[in-house]
Ligand binder design. Structure first.
Ligand code: THU
Length: 161
Protein backbone atom coordinates (compact mmCIF):
# COMPACT_ATOMS: atom_id res chain seq x y z
CA UNK A 1 0.00 0.00 0.00
CA UNK A 2 1.19 3.51 -0.72
CA UNK A 3 -0.41 6.67 0.47
CA UNK A 4 -0.84 9.32 -2.17
CA UNK A 5 -1.57 12.90 -1.35
CA UNK A 6 -3.53 15.24 -3.57
CA UNK A 7 -2.86 18.91 -2.97
CA UNK A 8 -3.71 22.15 -4.65
CA UNK A 9 -2.98 25.80 -4.08
CA UNK A 10 -5.61 28.39 -3.55
CA UNK A 11 -4.86 32.09 -3.37
CA UNK A 12 -6.78 34.03 -0.74
CA UNK A 13 -7.16 37.80 -0.78
CA UNK A 14 -8.72 39.98 1.93
CA UNK A 15 -10.83 41.84 -0.60
CA UNK A 16 -11.29 42.75 -4.26
CA UNK A 17 -8.93 45.68 -3.68
CA UNK A 18 -5.98 43.28 -3.74
CA UNK A 19 -6.82 41.98 -7.24
CA UNK A 20 -5.33 43.29 -10.46
CA UNK A 21 -7.50 45.47 -12.65
CA UNK A 22 -8.78 42.71 -14.94
CA UNK A 23 -9.62 40.23 -12.18
CA UNK A 24 -11.39 42.98 -10.23
CA UNK A 25 -13.40 43.84 -13.36
CA UNK A 26 -14.49 40.20 -13.82
CA UNK A 27 -15.52 39.85 -10.18
CA UNK A 28 -17.40 43.15 -10.22
CA UNK A 29 -19.28 41.99 -13.31
CA UNK A 30 -20.10 38.65 -11.66
CA UNK A 31 -21.39 40.54 -8.63
CA UNK A 32 -23.51 42.74 -10.84
CA UNK A 33 -25.09 40.03 -13.02
CA UNK A 34 -26.49 38.28 -9.94
CA UNK A 35 -29.41 40.68 -10.46
CA UNK A 36 -30.36 38.71 -13.59
CA UNK A 37 -30.66 35.40 -11.75
CA UNK A 38 -34.08 33.78 -11.63
CA UNK A 39 -34.09 32.37 -8.13
CA UNK A 40 -37.59 32.78 -6.69
CA UNK A 41 -37.35 29.49 -4.78
CA UNK A 42 -33.94 29.60 -3.14
CA UNK A 43 -33.59 33.41 -3.10
CA UNK A 44 -29.94 32.64 -3.74
CA UNK A 45 -28.79 34.56 -6.80
CA UNK A 46 -25.59 33.43 -8.48
CA UNK A 47 -23.71 35.35 -11.16
CA UNK A 48 -20.82 34.24 -13.33
CA UNK A 49 -18.79 36.34 -15.72
CA UNK A 50 -15.93 35.07 -17.86
CA UNK A 51 -13.27 36.24 -20.24
CA UNK A 52 -12.77 33.81 -23.11
CA UNK A 53 -9.54 33.04 -24.96
CA UNK A 54 -10.75 35.12 -27.94
CA UNK A 55 -11.09 38.17 -25.68
CA UNK A 56 -14.90 38.10 -25.61
CA UNK A 57 -16.81 38.07 -22.35
CA UNK A 58 -19.95 36.11 -21.42
CA UNK A 59 -22.14 35.94 -18.36
CA UNK A 60 -24.46 33.41 -16.76
CA UNK A 61 -26.90 33.30 -13.87
CA UNK A 62 -28.85 30.57 -12.13
CA UNK A 63 -32.27 29.93 -13.61
CA UNK A 64 -34.59 27.99 -11.33
CA UNK A 65 -37.80 26.09 -11.98
CA UNK A 66 -40.83 25.08 -9.93
CA UNK A 67 -39.78 21.54 -10.79
CA UNK A 68 -36.53 22.05 -8.87
CA UNK A 69 -34.16 19.72 -10.77
CA UNK A 70 -34.99 21.56 -14.01
CA UNK A 71 -33.11 24.59 -12.70
CA UNK A 72 -29.57 25.31 -13.84
CA UNK A 73 -26.60 26.89 -12.10
CA UNK A 74 -24.97 30.13 -13.21
CA UNK A 75 -21.74 28.38 -14.18
CA UNK A 76 -23.40 25.92 -16.55
CA UNK A 77 -25.58 28.65 -18.02
CA UNK A 78 -22.35 30.51 -18.77
CA UNK A 79 -20.64 27.48 -20.31
CA UNK A 80 -23.67 26.79 -22.53
CA UNK A 81 -23.70 30.40 -23.68
CA UNK A 82 -19.95 30.46 -24.31
CA UNK A 83 -19.91 27.28 -26.38
CA UNK A 84 -23.06 28.28 -28.29
CA UNK A 85 -21.75 31.73 -29.22
CA UNK A 86 -18.07 30.82 -29.58
CA UNK A 87 -17.78 27.07 -30.13
CA UNK A 88 -14.42 25.58 -29.26
CA UNK A 89 -13.12 28.71 -27.54
CA UNK A 90 -11.74 28.18 -24.04
CA UNK A 91 -12.52 30.10 -20.91
CA UNK A 92 -9.48 31.95 -19.60
CA UNK A 93 -10.96 33.14 -16.30
CA UNK A 94 -14.41 32.90 -14.77
CA UNK A 95 -15.54 34.93 -11.76
CA UNK A 96 -18.41 33.62 -9.66
CA UNK A 97 -20.37 35.65 -7.13
CA UNK A 98 -23.68 35.45 -5.32
CA UNK A 99 -26.30 37.43 -3.48
CA UNK A 100 -28.21 35.60 -0.78
CA UNK A 101 -31.49 37.48 -0.35
CA UNK A 102 -32.02 35.69 2.99
CA UNK A 103 -28.53 35.91 4.40
CA UNK A 104 -24.91 36.94 3.99
CA UNK A 105 -23.16 37.48 0.68
CA UNK A 106 -19.77 38.47 2.07
CA UNK A 107 -17.85 35.24 1.48
CA UNK A 108 -16.89 33.15 -1.58
CA UNK A 109 -19.04 30.20 -2.67
CA UNK A 110 -17.52 27.44 -4.74
CA UNK A 111 -19.14 25.57 -7.62
CA UNK A 112 -21.38 22.55 -7.02
CA UNK A 113 -20.28 19.07 -8.03
CA UNK A 114 -22.16 19.02 -11.32
CA UNK A 115 -20.60 22.33 -12.35
CA UNK A 116 -17.14 21.04 -11.42
CA UNK A 117 -17.70 18.03 -13.68
CA UNK A 118 -18.90 20.36 -16.44
CA UNK A 119 -15.85 22.61 -16.02
CA UNK A 120 -13.56 19.63 -16.49
CA UNK A 121 -15.33 18.56 -19.69
CA UNK A 122 -15.20 22.16 -20.95
CA UNK A 123 -11.46 22.31 -20.23
CA UNK A 124 -10.82 19.07 -22.07
CA UNK A 125 -12.86 19.94 -25.13
CA UNK A 126 -11.24 23.38 -25.47
CA UNK A 127 -7.80 22.24 -24.33
CA UNK A 128 -7.60 25.21 -22.00
CA UNK A 129 -7.48 25.28 -18.21
CA UNK A 130 -10.05 27.48 -16.53
CA UNK A 131 -8.99 29.94 -13.85
CA UNK A 132 -11.66 30.61 -11.22
CA UNK A 133 -12.21 33.73 -9.09
CA UNK A 134 -14.63 33.28 -6.18
CA UNK A 135 -16.06 36.11 -4.13
CA UNK A 136 -19.29 37.37 -2.61
CA UNK A 137 -20.62 40.91 -2.90
CA UNK A 138 -17.85 41.90 -0.51
CA UNK A 139 -15.19 40.26 1.60
CA UNK A 140 -12.45 37.79 0.89
CA UNK A 141 -11.68 36.41 -2.55
CA UNK A 142 -10.24 33.06 -3.58
CA UNK A 143 -8.47 32.24 -6.84
CA UNK A 144 -8.05 28.69 -8.13
CA UNK A 145 -5.74 28.37 -11.11
CA UNK A 146 -7.21 25.23 -12.65
CA UNK A 147 -10.81 23.99 -12.38
CA UNK A 148 -9.47 20.42 -12.43
CA UNK A 149 -8.08 21.07 -8.92
CA UNK A 150 -11.65 21.17 -7.64
CA UNK A 151 -12.38 17.64 -8.81
CA UNK A 152 -9.58 15.19 -8.01
CA UNK A 153 -9.91 11.66 -9.39
CA UNK A 154 -12.37 12.93 -11.98
CA UNK A 155 -14.34 10.60 -14.20
CA UNK A 156 -13.99 11.59 -17.82
CA UNK A 157 -13.91 10.65 -21.48
CA UNK A 158 -10.68 8.72 -20.88
CA UNK A 159 -12.65 6.19 -18.85
CA UNK A 160 -15.05 5.50 -21.69
CA UNK A 161 -12.36 4.33 -24.09
N1 THU B 1 -26.14 27.64 -7.60
C1 THU B 1 -25.42 28.12 -8.65
O1 THU B 1 -25.95 28.70 -9.60
N2 THU B 1 -24.07 27.94 -8.62
C2 THU B 1 -23.39 27.40 -7.57
O2 THU B 1 -22.17 27.32 -7.63
C3 THU B 1 -24.11 26.91 -6.39
C4 THU B 1 -25.58 26.93 -6.48
C5 THU B 1 -27.59 27.88 -7.61
C6 THU B 1 -28.46 26.68 -7.82
C7 THU B 1 -29.74 27.14 -7.16
O3 THU B 1 -30.48 27.90 -8.11
C8 THU B 1 -29.30 28.06 -6.06
O4 THU B 1 -27.97 28.43 -6.37
C9 THU B 1 -29.34 27.44 -4.68
O5 THU B 1 -28.69 26.23 -4.65
Amino acid sequence: MVKEEIKFDIKVYDSIDELNHEDAFLLNQARSVTQFAYAPYSKFQVGAFAKLMNGETVSGTNQENAAYPAGICAERTLMSTASSLYPGIGIETIAISHRNLNGNSDYPISPCGICRQSFVEFQLRTNQSIRIILGGQEGRVQIIENALDLLPLVFGAKDLK
